[in-house]
Design a protein around this ligand. Structure first.
Ligand SMILES: [Zn+2]
Length: 161
């Protein structure tokens, strides 16, 4: 275990062997998916493609590449969803495969001001902006990688050697 798992796919990991992911963007290193949650429109997840457990298992460059995508997604979610707050979260206790949650939060949502994984506070169902799905997909499609390592977006490979 430990670092030796870097680059391996684990069959029992739902992020290594995803089913029914709604993919919005990918670049060979990581991918952005839309989390289908009726209570949380615009909830996105940024997933490192390889089965890596901790941020410090990545190289410095990889960490920067990964976080630049997370920040780009945050910017798009803010612009499209107009939330009262963004929650960035990386837990991975249940699924120890690097991923970041980018969650638009509203003071009227089901759990505010607590984390979305806590006990519900109310029957919240935020009114999402019209056409948010189209706008989110379109703007995420325009994420520009800052680093050269990210330009493998245009390569045909899946990021594996
Ligand atoms: Zn995995």
């Amino acid at each position: 275990m430990g670092k030796s798992t870097t680059g391996n796919l684990q069959m029992n990991c739902e992020l290594c062997t995803p089913e029914n992911e709604l993919l919005l963007w990918e670049n060979g290193l990581c991918r952005v998916i839309l989390v289908e949650d009726a209570h949380y429109p615009g909830f996105c997840r940024v997933i490192w493609n390889q089965h890596v457990k901790e941020m410090t298992d990545l190289t410095e460059d990889e960490r920067q590449d990964f976080m630049q995508v997370v920040f780009a997604v945050e910017s798009v979610v803010r612009e499209v969803m107009h939330p009262d707050k963004i929650n960035l979260a990386s837990l991975g206790n249940m699924t120890p495969h690097l991923h970041w949650h980018v969650i638009p939060r509203y003071i009227s949502d089901m759990h505010y001001p607590n984390p979305v994984w806590s006990s519900p506070q109310r029957a919240g169902m935020p009114a999402a902006p019209p056409d948010w799905r189209v706008n989110l997909a379109r703007q995420l499609g325009q994420i520009q990688p800052h680093r050269k390592a990210l330009s493998c977006h245009e390569n045909s490979g899946s990021g594996q050697e």
